[in-house]
Design a protein around this ligand. Structure first.
Ligand code: C5P
Length: 409
């Protein structure tokens, strides 16, 4: 699995750096090619000589070194790797990564790389729990940086808690898992998918709008699950408070009409999942200036126009119709009857019906209870357990994979 793979190993400062020598040895035993960058802090704990001897490669230390740059620039260094491993990742290096600094060779390579990055943090427990470190880790993870550890236990500083560098065996397992997952079959490879997600905002005037309670969590989770299965995903998102998922094209829109244009632009596709809560109506002629309250007691006279139905447009027969068109039916009563009618009316293949009464906690919440209704098996009542939105996404993608494979899941 690891044989012939290239690793860029960045060793930053920390007493745990000595454990990384063991990691190098074991990865070399498995045939991995390793180039190491040693930060100034890292060099306080392990010597360049031991790292060079174990990697059987020269060690890179200096951003401005003529010999380092002449032999291999930081761009090439960061691009020739299949994976970048930062171990130990100190609090300082994590902070510099999160803020996009490039003030030494390690951070410059990390900023320049377009390859996956795995960090193995190691620091004192208070540093690990500090709000600044928490925020930095959240930032890195939202950008797709992977993490192993830290482990919990006795710390070199004499305290106890979370912050220990993961054991070499665990770091090696994380590296192996990365390559296993990457080479695992991607059952939706070659398939294009469009996912709509979130609410739409329909302006009343320049400062007010009509919206709904959709958080985008379900649609974003479906986009992530489709991408993980190898699909080429375009996520078209209304205004949400979620970070853009990595590994896909993301288009941001505000109104239903903008969402429709973005969807049309993204065709053709094999799969369309309409998870957005698109506003059915917009204000027919939204005001160019802020509507003012005056003394007359007169209320503004808002007239509505119907928005385009994106799902119905995708479901309509035609050369650009995706092979599998999936919609949601958020209902507060007569769930199944309304959902079945919607399936027919919108011409979609599958409808995921969910109860959105206040008690169900669906909107903005983390869970969803789904009934899957299929056009080709109208009487099958496929009720999924109440599960979190990621599990719903994985379940749906498993059904999509089975559909294209021509099997029953
Ligand atoms: O009719 P209703 O809004 O309940 O239908 C819900 C389904 O239709 C969802 O899949 C939603 O994404 C989609 N829809 C749409 N465009 C609209 C309205 C709803 O794509 N204008």
């Amino acid at each position: 699995m690891l044989s012939g793979k290239n690793l860029l190993l960045i060793i930053s400062g920390g007493i745990a750096a000595y454990k990384v020598l063991e990691v190098i040895r074991r990865l070399r035993d498995r045939g991995m090619m390793i180039r190491a960058v040693l930060t100034e802090g890292g060099a306080q704990f392990v010597t360049p000589l031991s790292v060079a001897a174990l990697t059987e490669n020269r060690v890179y230390q200096d951003l401005f070194s003529l010999t380092d740059e002449a032999e291999m620039g930081h761009i090439r260094l960061s691009r020739e790797a299949d994976l970048v491993l930062v171990a130990p990742a100190s609090a300082d290096l994590i902070a510099r990564m999160a803020s996009g600094m490039a003030n030494d060779l390690a951070t410059t390579a990390l900023l320049a790389t377009n390859k996956p990055v795995l960090i193995a943090p190691a620091m004192n427990v208070e540093m690990w729990n500090h709000a600044a470190t928490r925020a930095n880790i959240a930032t890195l993870e939202s950008r797709g940086v992977m993490r192993i550890g830290p482990a919990s236990g006795d710390l070199a500083c004499g305290e106890f808690g979370s912050g220990r560098l993961s054991e070499p065996a665990d770091i090696i397992a994380a590296v192996t898992d990365f390559f296993t997952a990457r080479t695992a079959a991607k059952p939706l490879a070659g398939k294009r998918a469009i996912v709509t997600s979130g609410p739409t905002h329909e302006p009343i005037d320049p400062v007010r709008y009509i919206a709904n309670r959709s958080s985008g969590k379900q649609g974003h989770a479906i986009a992530v699950a489709l991408a993980a299965a190898g699909a080429e995903v375009t996520l078209i998102s209304g205004p949400v408070a979620l970070p853009d998922p990595s590994g896909m094209a993301v288009r941001h829109v505000e109104t239903a009409r903008e969402m429709m244009v973005a969807v049309q632009d993204s065709l053709p596709a094999d799969i369309a999942v309409c998870a957005a809560a698109v506003a059915d109506w917009r204000v027919a002629s939204s005001a160019g200036q802020k509507l003012k309250k005056d003394e007359s007691g007169q209320m503004p006279d808002l007239r509505f126009a119907e928005n385009p139905d994106i799902l119905a447009a995708l479901g309509a027969p035609g050369p650009n119709r995706p092979a599998l068109v999936i919609g949601f039916a958020a209902e507060t009563e007569n769930l199944l009857a309304h959902a079945r009618a919607k399936l027919v009316r919108k011409g979609c293949d599958w409808i995921l019906a969910n109860d959105v009464t206040a008690e169900s906690g669906t909107f903005g919440g983390d869970h969803n209870q789904i009934h899957l209704i299929r056009q080709d098996r109208p009487q099958d009542d496929d009720v999924w357990p109440r599960q979190d939105k990621k599990a719903v996404a994985d379940h749906l993608v498993a059904q999509i994979i089975a559909h294209f494979a021509g099997t029953k899941p």
